[in-house]
Design a protein around this ligand. Structure first.
Ligand code: ADP
Ligand code: MG
Length: 579
């Protein structure tokens, strides 16, 4: 007789629930994909924990997922004997919208989006567990964490502003989620989810590759005996609905695009389709298989520390860890997927991984493969009949992250520069590659000119740009914070030096122009000698030197940094950080 506690949802959670309950989202079947995906994660976690913690008393001999239907009461239950959740975890994970990826969704919901926009948000962000409220008017979750004695029951009904939570003394280990289904309504894309064929169809479509068996009790008619004595009988038996075939072990030609997409949604917890699918296979000394994905949109936490997920490590089909940082450098943290290594121990730890030569080799190849895939997208964008949008989408979403690699990955620096795009004074709409920049560079010039700043407008208003504009020389317009960092350490591309137009003596003239301007300069120096001397004295405290410049055309004067000085942007950054 434990008492039932009534807790309130956070305002945003409540709002999200309301959205789910009234959703006209056309793909309601996805609720089952989410529940099975969660169950599968929970089974992975349990197997892992039982490896690591020998004292954990759990039976891992028959890990599975089970669907059960109570047709009369219209209740569908999804059960797993995985890791389960403690009471605190239930409140944390289920009771609140803790997922960092949903922070933006939350904000947008609070901003009062229209219904249509909200529908779109579901597809974009995904809503995991809460998607159950698209099909159910009451959801009950019962769970017992492996190793714990008591269990927890969580329940919420459509329309209520909170949920109840209660401690149970007795429940099987793992989690079961029971949905009281709304009546089927074809008008509302709502099927009868008590129907065996429908459940079969959804599992096949969305969860076929799940490594654990998804079972259901089904009725089957069998004929017993022969001839005169033959008798038809209905028996009830357990059937496994999914093939459990790891997708990455199957040849690309045998896997459909849709299967890849569904797998992507499972591993990355995404609701939208991937931009690009990258299957890999290596035999020989370091045997491994990998299935990587470039997402089509950046998660909102890409630049925060909490960002996890990324690439999962498997060893011979067994899940080992999420977000295996040893396999993918920081600057490719947006890449999702799995890597399945043959020759690692199942007990492998992060410490061991960091030292492991095999992992280092695999990582090298994954990085090269990802970069070459990006290059392929870029080439396709240039080809007559190629896909123009993929590379553009990629760059808009992940370019800023990829450029971090210019600072950390020396081996691939040239490739990263090749696949990068930049805004420039050549066009206000289209970005340019460095190769294209060099093609346009006029005879007699051999520098890649750039300017960093906070915005395009700030750069365009800068007096530094005048001489370049007057000469028709193109300047790269670099406005990402990361640009400020890499221009400090990347000196050249294909033998051509990067040159900030805000630093040092910028030599804009060809040899011939120099001769004629030298005479002009001598004359000017005589003419303005006194003024310069006077300015130098007056500004002695603030500047190193006052000199005549050829870089200005309409502004009378500008302040420039020395070659080894910080750029104005970096100077501001340092000042802002109090250095
Ligand atoms: P996500 O799976 O993207 O994290 P969900 O809303 O689907 O988001 O689930 C939230 C969290 O609740 C999960 O991350 C997990 O920690 C926990 N959870 C959900 N279902 C289960 C389950 N069947 N067993 C154990 N934990 C679960
Ligand atoms: Mg989930």
């Amino acid at each position: 007789t434990d008492h039932v506690e009534q807790l309130e949802f956070q305002a945003e959670t409540h709002q999200l629930l309301e959205l789910m309950i009234h959703s006209v989202y056309s793909n309601k079947d996805t609720f089952l994909r989410e529940l099975i995906s969660n169950a599968s994660d929970a089974l992975d976690k349990l197997r892992l924990e039982s490896f690591r913690d020998k004292d954990l008393e759990v039976d891992t001999s028959d890990l599975h997922i089970e669907l059960a239907v109570d047709t009369e009461n219209r209740i569908l239950t999804v059960r797993d004997n995985g890791i389960g959740m403690s009471r605190d975890e239930v409140i944390d994970l289920i009771g609140t919208l803790a997922k960092s990826g949903t922070a933006e969704l939350r904000k947008q919901l609070l901003d009062g989006k229209s219904d249509a926009a909200a529908e779109e948000l579901i597809g974009q962000f995904g809503i995991g567990f809460y998607s159950t409220f698209m099909v159910a008017d009451q959801v009950t979750l019962t769970t017992r964490r492996a190793g714990e004695a008591t269990a927890t029951r969580w329940e919420s009904s459509a329309g209520s502003s909170g949920y109840t939570i209660e401690t149970l003394q007795d429940a099987p280990q793992g989690t079961s989620v029971s949905l009281r289904l709304k009546p089927a309504d074809p008008e509302d894309h709502l099927f009868d989810y008590t129907q065996e064929w429908k459940l079969r169809e959804i599992v096949k479509k969305y969860s076929d590759f799940i490594a654990w068996p998804v079972r259901m009790q089904v009725e089957r008619t069998v004929t017993e005996g022969t001839g005169e004595d033959a008798e038809e009988k209905t028996i009830i038996e357990d059937q496994t609905l999914n093939s459990q075939k790891a997708l990455w072990t199957r040849p690309r030609s045998e896997v459909s695009e849709d299967e890849y997409k569904e797998f992507y949604k499972h591993v990355s917890h995404a609701w939208d389709d991937p931009l690009e699918i990258i299957p890999m296979k290596a035999e020989g000394t370091f045997e491994y298989q990998a299935l990587l994905f470039l997402p089509s949109s950046a998660p909102f936490d890409l630049f925060t520390r909490e960002h996890k997920r990324g690439v999962q490590l498997y060893v011979r089909r067994v899940f080992i860890m999420d977000n295996c940082e040893e396999l993918m450098p920081e600057y490719l943290r947006f890449v999702k997927g799995v890597v399945d290594a043959q020759d690692l121990s199942l007990n492998v730890s992060r410490e061991i991984l960091q030292q492991d030569r095999q992992i280092q080799m695999i990582r090298k190849r994954l990085v090269r493969k990802v970069l070459s895939t990006i290059k392929d997208l870029q080439n396709a964008g240039r080809a007559e009949d190629g896909d123009k949008t993929k590379y553009q989408t990629f760059w808009a979403e992940f370019g800023r992250v990829l450029k971090e690699g210019l600072l950390s990955d020396f081996d691939n620096r040239e490739t990263i520069l090749q696949v990068s795009s930049f805004a420039s004074t050549h066009s206000t709409e289209e970005l340019t590659t460095l190769a294209e920049y060099l093609e346009r560079l006029p005879e007699g010039h051999d520098k890649i000119y750039y300017m960093t700043g906070e915005s395009r407008q700030q750069i365009e208003n800068s007096p530094h740009l005048e001489a370049f504009r007057a000469k028709g020389l193109e300047v790269l317009v670099l406005t990402d914070p990361v640009d400020e960092m890499w221009v400090g350490s990347v000196t050249e591309f294909e033998g051509k030096q990067f040159q900030s137009i805000a630093k040092g003596e910028v030599d804009l003239e060809t040899e011939e122009e120099k001769k004629s301007s030298e005479q002009l300069r001598e004359q000017q120096e005589k003419d303005f000698g006194d003024v310069l001397k006077w300015l130098q004295q007056a500004l002695d405290e603030s500047v190193k030197e006052v000199r005549l410049s050829s870089r200005l055309t309409t502004s009378p004067a500008c302040v420039v940094g020395d070659v080894f000085d910080f750029t104005p942007q970096l100077e501001r950054m340092y000042r802002a950080s109090g250095q």
